[in-house]
Design a protein around this ligand. Structure first.
Ligand code: SAM
Ligand code: DTB
Ligand code: SF4
Length: 314
């Protein structure tokens, strides 16, 4: 990814406050220019370790601090990771992302399993990414050596809103990890969640942070909060589609070469809202019946809509 020109907070704010239809028009034009192939990239999540996480992220079903009821907790076997990757490939995904409910990666048999699975998934012809929490340069290098091409680490929101959502890890460390990912040469995937009670200023701050990485992000995932019963955010009201479209469009304009992944919250959207999101600049999604612990859109429903819209899967 190319080096990016620095962009000021004022510029982001000005853009964010444009009339929505003007934003959508500009974003759509840039989207077509930088991604003329009309593709939607399909990525499937594989949860290697689910739940029992000591962190207190207020949105998360996997934190052990809240009474969320998740089905399966713990590690799965390598052969299960590989079986899920085979299924993802058969259903059209070009990429899988291995997740673990860790604060940070620790060396040992679990990390070795991830490396070995990554190598084998790469041999299947799929791209492979990881989202494992904080990670060192040595561990990032090992991931690269074993075929991983990208690492996901979300900033989630603005620096000032962050402590309202998470107290057990901090924003500066998240940013340092992003730097480490880019220095090592892995593609960097970082984004956030909307609908956690943050203000427009928080959204602007987050976009400002993400658009000013040393190198452009490879992917900007946008999650719409999936309120999880038992967590502190269980009763958050749903956001309006217009808010999501504004984030996608500003993201597309600020980061024209970055893939924008419409991540959590898709299953709650109707076809018209999805179509507008793909028009505004989203060109990647998580595919398959499950995200990490929550329900996702059925692949056949996704394929039907892509077909109607003239989008090809990549
Ligand atoms: N444990 C690692 C970490 O925190 O970096 C990796 C996995 S974590 C589940 C990945 C991301 O999923 C979070 O940063 C958050 O953006 C998103 N996420 C988790 N739960 C969510 C929810 N209920 N609604 C929307 N997004 C969610
Ligand atoms: C990202 O930004 N969203 C994905 C992936 N990266 C790891 C996770 C979404 C999780 C949604 C809630 C759940 O299923 O528990
Ligand atoms: Fe743990 Fe990641 Fe969930 Fe936070 S977001 S509770 S670190 S799994």
């Amino acid at each position: 990814m190319n080096k990016v020109d620095r962009i000021s907070r004022e510029q982001v704010q000005k853009l964010f406050n444009l009339p929505l239809l003007d934003l959508l028009q500009e974003a759509t034009e840039l989207h077509r220019k930088y991604f003329p192939e009309r593709k939607i990239y399909l990525n499937t999540l594989i949860s290697y370790k689910t739940g029992a996480c000591f962190e207190d992220c207020a949105y998360c079903a996997q934190s052990s601090r809240y009474n969320s009821k998740i089905e399966a907790v713990g590690y799965i076997k390598e052969k299960e990771i590989l079986a899920q990757a085979e299924k993802a490939k058969a259903q059209g995904s070009s990429r899988v992302c291995i997740s673990a409910s860790w604060k940070e990666v620790s060396e040992g048999k679990h990390f070795e399993t991830i490396l070995s699975a990554g190598r084998k998934i790469r041999e299947m012809g799929l791209d492979v990414c990881a989202t494992l929490g904080f990670v060192s340069v040595e561990q990032l290098k090992k991931l690269m050596d074993n075929g991983f091409s990208a690492y996901n680490h979300n900033v989630d929101t603005s620096e000032s809103f962050y402590p309202n959502i998470i107290t057990t890890r901090n924003y500066i460390d998240r940013l340092k990890t992003l730097q480490r990912i880019q220095k090592t040469g892995l593609n960097c995937c970082s984004g956030g969640i909307i609908g956690m009670g943050e203000s427009e200023n928080d959204r602007i701050d987050m976009l400002h942070v993400l658009a000013n990485r040393e190198k452009a992000l490879f992917t900007f995932p946008i999650n719409v909060l999936v309120p999880i019963p038992g967590t502190p955010l269980e009763s958050m009201p749903p956001i309006e589609i217009w808010e999501l479209l504004r984030i996608i469009a500003v993201g597309r304009i600020l980061m024209p070469q970055t893939r924008i992944c419409l991540a959590a919250g898709r299953v709650q959207m109707n076809d018209e809202a999805l179509a507008l999101s793909y028009m505004a600049g989203a060109n990647a999604v998580f595919a398959g019946e499950k995200l990490l612990t929550t329900e996702n859109t059925d692949i056949d429903k996704d394929l039907q809509l892509f077909n109607k819209l003239g989008l090809k899967i990549g």
